[in-house]
Design a protein around this ligand. Structure first.
Ligand code: URA
Length: 423
């Protein structure tokens, strides 16, 4: 017989939770027997006192067991997914999923919506007229067979304990905990049924993890969890001090992804897309595959068009644009030293690209278009970014968010995009 108060006291006093206590508390919380206030006390005790590898593994297993675990064996091809811990301008899933699928590997990509200053893949894709993100399991498997990539929302039955706990953590100051973040992400990915997974763990001002040490610990915790549950995993640690690419928003990020699929696009977006594709294809048994060639010769674009069509979208339809725009200009001559990811993510959010609550709508055309990147030379008065919004009253708050986030200096600092690989 267990009691929620005993479980909370165990963790509050810095002791280890037993496997049976963890199984019970997750199951009882999912069923509503353990109340929200009890689970939030336990989550806070974990934030403050941590959890060891065995507890994290049990916690993850219990969250997987709270719902269904998809069986993708009927797909008939290796399956490999990518998960990013979230960043600003991170549109990599859009070119990456069809790129990897163009090598005959299936990419089951269950994605989320944006919250706060980070964008969400589903919000971006839904700006393509007709694009749908809700599918049954049978439709999901059919899309993985052909065209090979599906980017959609997770069903209600996938790790329901995490769905409930994540919403609670969001409003109780208990998101920032490596055991809770690792088990949250990995329970959903393991339940999704993928054979292999590449993690893109972001580090920097626009990421959850502000230091490389924290990010490394999160990455290795997740890689170990994957291995314990039979999912081959590796992780890249990547820089999120400045946005990826030039576009931060929804439709404008789709447009930039199309440039990458057409063989162009900003160098940083291409570099990360190719590096993650290499890692995914290696886990899928194709270490010698050349993803850069598939971007250059149109194979990835062909698969993108098939994927968009299969999900009900019109690949040639014009993308929505915002009604109004306003430029931000350089206040001095020099080199762009800082374009801060958090400030720009917040500005895009205030322009209407993001939401404050999960139920809010987003503006398809709103966002920040960078006209330069860190390291570029600019002249005083030259435009350095263009803000897009449906409502011009949003420009003032967006500019306030940018205060202190843009620095013009006399010399550039080197930017290393891929900081480490963990496998
Ligand atoms: N993303 C998740 O899915 N869970 C977390 O806890 C943090 C980010």
């Amino acid at each position: 017989m267990f009691s929620a108060v005993d479980v909370i006291r165990t963790k509050r006093d810095g002791r280890e939770l037993s496997s049976a206590q963890i199984d019970w508390v997750i199951d009882a919380y999912t069923k509503g027997v353990v109340a929200d206030e009890q689970m939030s006390a336990l989550a806070m005790a974990i934030v403050l006192n941590g959890a060891n590898d065995r507890e994290i593994s049990d916690w993850t297993a219990a969250m997987i067991a709270s719902g269904e675990r998809l069986d993708l064996s009927g797909v008939g091809k290796p399956t490999v997914d990518k998960h990013s811990t979230g960043g600003v301008g991170d549109k990599i899933t859009l070119p990456l999923a069809p790129l990897v699928a163009s090598f005959g590997v299936a990419v089951p990509q269950l994605s989320g919506r944006g919250l706060g200053h980070t964008g969400g893949t589903l919000d971006k894709l839904e700006t393509i007229p007709g694009f749908g993100v809700s599918f049954t399991n049978a439709q999901f498997v059919a899309g993985l067979k052909n065209p090979g990539a599906v980017i959609c929302a997770a069903g209600q039955e996938l790790a329901p304990a995490d769905r409930k706990l994540y919403a609670l953590r969001d409003v109780t100051g208990t998101v920032e905990s490596i055991p809770l973040i690792a088990s949250s992400i990995m329970s959903k990915k393991i339940a999704e049924g993928t054979d292999a997974l590449v993690l893109d763990v972001k580090v920097g001002s626009g990421a959850f993890m502000k230091s490389a040490e924290q990010a490394r610990e999160l990455a290795s915790t997740m890689v170990k969890l994957g291995a314990a549950h039979g999912v081959r995993c590796s992780a890249l640690l990547t820089n999120m001090d400045t946005p990826l690419g030039l576009m931060v928003g929804n439709a404008i990020e789709v447009a930039e992804s199309l440039d990458v699929l057409a063989g162009g696009g900003p160098a940083d977006v291409v570099e990360l897309t190719v590096a993650l594709a290499k890692e995914m294809l290696t886990l899928a048994g194709q270490p010698d595959a050349d993803p850069a060639a598939a971007l250059a010769d149109g194979r990835a674009m062909d698969t993108w068009r098939k994927m968009v069509t299969a999900q009900g979208g019109a690949p040639d339809a014009p993308l929505p644009t915002a009604a109004e725009s306003e430029e931000v200009r350089a206040d001095a001559d020099g080199v762009v030293g800082t374009l801060d990811a958090y400030a720009i993510g917040l500005a895009a959010w205030r322009l209407g690209a993001g939401r404050a609550r999960q139920s809010d709508p987003v503006s398809a055309g709103a966002g920040v278009e960078l006209l330069c990147q860190e390291g570029d030379h600019v002249r005083e008065g030259a435009p350095i970014m263009r803000l897009h919004a449906d409502d011009p009253q949003r420009f003032a708050a967006a500019k306030e968010a940018l205060d202190g986030g843009i620095e013009i200096s006399s010399q550039s600092k080197p930017r290393e995009l891929i900081l480490d690989t963990i496998s």
